[in-house]
Design a protein around this ligand. Structure first.
Ligand code: G1P
Length: 297
């Protein structure tokens, strides 16, 4: 029996320099995709997967993130007085009722592994999820929900993977793949950000993990890897043999919102997918027609 995944960690302390000047005063995780900030999409995905405790690894200048998930009594009163019930529900910012919010600070930019290690006390001794909000996956079943289902079968460490173009391996953690079983891929080894010539495959980790708490001790050794940073990829590789590691080929289209084209593509894809039912039912259709006009002009 595997344990339930109740906790999720969001490493959101980074500067977001690729989106300057937009990210001078606004954290990049607060940039909107369609109608909600990137971080809210991530929180909603985690909530849909059953998470109840939301751990933000952040830094002092990024207070807007926690503010977004805090009660807003003044705003609430105004909406109540105006009878705006739909809008009131939106103030919940995608959090389930009774959600627990935890904030920990990453005091230095020492890498993704270090950011995860900063959450060690909040995580405690249970398996947990990590979502990098930059990576968005569009599918009717959220990527983390898909992973939790697989995790229930195999346990251990589980990373979401996809095949990337061969010339892009230096952007990712890359698998040395073992045997495949349906959507699961065994892992013989992992390399963080290999040059294409050195990459053991083109199967790359994208920003979704389910992790055994044993990773925390390995991260706490503070071994530096690619880019001189403490890498979660290296700890997962170190633990092979002790903790089973699988790659999971998720369903859905992935958008890398860490760069401009990916961010704009995510906005278009998520907006275009909003047709049919719902309050903004005509968003997709309207956008499609506007796009046609732009492309034709
Ligand atoms: C991080 C991880 C990398 C992973 C990637 C997914 O890299 O270190 O292994 O493939 O996220 O987005 P970063 O994008 O933070 O450089």
């Amino acid at each position: 029996m595997t344990q339930t995944i109740r906790k999720v960690v969001f490493p959101v302390a980074g500067l977001g320099t690729r989106f300057l000047p937009a990210t001078k005063a606004v954290p990049k995780e607060m940039l909107p995709v369609v109608d909600r900030p990137l971080i809210q999409w991530a929180v909603e995905e985690a909530a849909a997967a059953g998470c109840e405790e939301f751990i933000f690894v952040t830094s002092p200048h990024k207070g807007a993130i926690l503010e977004h998930f805090s009660p807003a009594p003044a705003y609430q009163q105004v909406l109540e007085a105006r009878g705006k019930h739909d809008e009131l529900a939106l103030l919940q910012a995608g959090l389930p009722e009774n959600a627990k919010i935890t904030e920990v600070f990453q005091d230095a930019p020492l890498g993704l592994g270090h950011a995860i290690w900063c959450a060690r006390e909040a995580v405690g001794d249970e398996p947990f999820a990590v979502i990098l909000p930059d990576d968005m996956v569009l599918h009717s079943t959220g990527c983390l929900s898909q992973m939790v289902k697989q995790y229930d079968q195999v346990g251990g460490n589980l990373v979401a993977i996809e095949a990337v173009p061969n010339d892009q391996t230096q952007r990712y953690g890359v698998l040395d793949p073992g045997p495949e079983n349906g959507a699961l891929v065994g892992v013989n080894g992992l390399v963080e950000k290999p040059a294409p010539a050195d990459a053991p495959s083109n199967l790359a980790i994208i920003g979704r993990y389910i992790l055994d708490p044993k990773v925390m001790a390995d991260l706490g050794a503070f071994n530096k890897g690619a880019g001189g940073e403490i890498q979660i990829t290296d700890s997962l590789a170190n633990l092979i043999g002790e903790v089973a590691l699988h790659g999971f080929k998720f369903e859905g289209a992935r958008y890398d919102c860490g760069n401009r084209v990916g961010f704009l593509a995510a906005n278009l894809a998520f907006a275009l997918s909003q047709s049919g039912a719902g309050g903004q039912s005509d968003l997709g259709e309207n956008l499609r027609s506007v796009l046609r006009d732009i492309m034709d002009s």
